[in-house]
Write a protein that binds this ligand. Structure first.
Ligand code: HEC
Length: 288
């Protein structure tokens, strides 16, 4: 049980004294100070037994008890006093605090959005790169396979079509066709020759056409360092790797397949048509 602090007891005693109630003479003090209200029952108590002693037993008892009814206000228990004295949250802060669930919601949303990948080829490519990282490194730094970073992959494949084709058919596909140079034949330090390093798996059939395009975009732009805003790559990026890429969407919608030997021209966001080199139904030598 909570002990009532001494100062409160003292305050209570002082209060009782102030309203005329002594520590012990509580009942009569209340009767005298509470004049009108308590004198009537008091009279009733004195007269009732005389008037009807037999039948009014209970009435007499109530009447007799009545004078004790008006009790001094009880001192607040310690916890109420504490609650009253505690500093309250100011009203203006309530408005701020009441918004906290909203902020919490926005915060969580912000976190989920930042972890959610970008839309379009670059975003899909980042996901698909999980198929490549074991040999090419999580950041494209190379391993069993070549590095993509520092523009290396762009040196091998000045044309994105050649890279897509290589990822589609892999070392084996090129070997079967007897094609050695899958990338730029004029590459600095000599062209990359298929099978020279090890076996690059064929991803055609393992990944869909738009997934292969996506992972190639990831290798060129995210890992390889191609600048989507530069004169050299702006057009390629808009046509192949942007979220609005008409080639990506045509692949996604099944309007054409990477292995089609003939491809209709595409229309870009400005309404201009452009043509692509078909990836085709078999590997062909890389181009400068
Ligand atoms: C099993 C290991 C392995 C995996 C997995 C792998 N590669 Fe390769 N990759 C290689 C090897 C080895 C080469 C070199 C090929 C050769 O010597 O014939 C290569 C070469 C390449 C090249 C040519 C690079 C250049 O500059 O010559 C590209 C592009 C490429 N890989 C893309 C990918 C993509 C995209 C993926 C995932 C979808 C992937 N690779 C997964 C092993 C791998």
């Amino acid at each position: 049980m909570t002990e009532i602090p001494e100062h409160l007891l003292k305050r209570s005693r002082e209060r009782r004294a102030a309203i005329g109630q002594g520590g012990d003479g509580g009942a009569d003090a209340a009767a005298s100070s509470d004049g009108a209200s308590s004198s009537a029952p008091a009279k009733a108590a004195s007269t009732a037994p005389a008037a009807a002693p037999a039948s009014t037993g209970p009435a007499a008892r109530t009447a007799a008890a009545a004078p004790e009814a008006p009790k001094p206000p009880k001192p607040d228990p310690a916890y109420v006093v504490a609650a009253k004295q505690r500093r309250k949250v100011p009203w203006w802060a309530m408005a701020t605090l009441s918004l906290m669930p909203v902020w919490g919601f926005m915060y969580v949303r912000a976190l989920t959005e930042s972890t959610a990948v970008e839309e379009g080829p670059i975003g899909i490519g980042a996901e698909m790169y999980g198929n490549c990282s074991s040999c090419h490194g999580g950041a494209g730094g190379g391993g069993l396979g070549y590095a993509f970073t520092g523009g290396e992959v762009l040196e091998t494949f000045p044309n994105i079509e050649d890279q897509i084709r290589y990822v589609y058919y892999g070392t084996e596909g090129y070997n079967l066709e007897g094609i050695e140079i899958y990338g730029n034949p004029d590459r600095e330090g000599g062209p990359h020759i298929t099978g020279a390093r090890n076996v690059m798996p064929a991803f055609g059939g393992q990944l869909t056409g738009y997934e292969i395009l996506g992972v190639v975009c990831h290798e060129r732009y995210t890992l390889g360092g191609a600048d989507a805003d530069s004169d050299e790559y702006a057009a390629e990026f808009a046509e192949w790797c942007s979220a609005e890429s008409p080639v990506f969407h045509a692949l996604e919608d099944g309007e054409f397949d990477l292995t089609d030997d003939e491809v209709e021209p595409f229309v870009n966001a400005e309404g201009e048509t452009f043509e692509i080199t078909p990836i085709g139904s078999a590997p062909v030598p890389g181009t400068p």
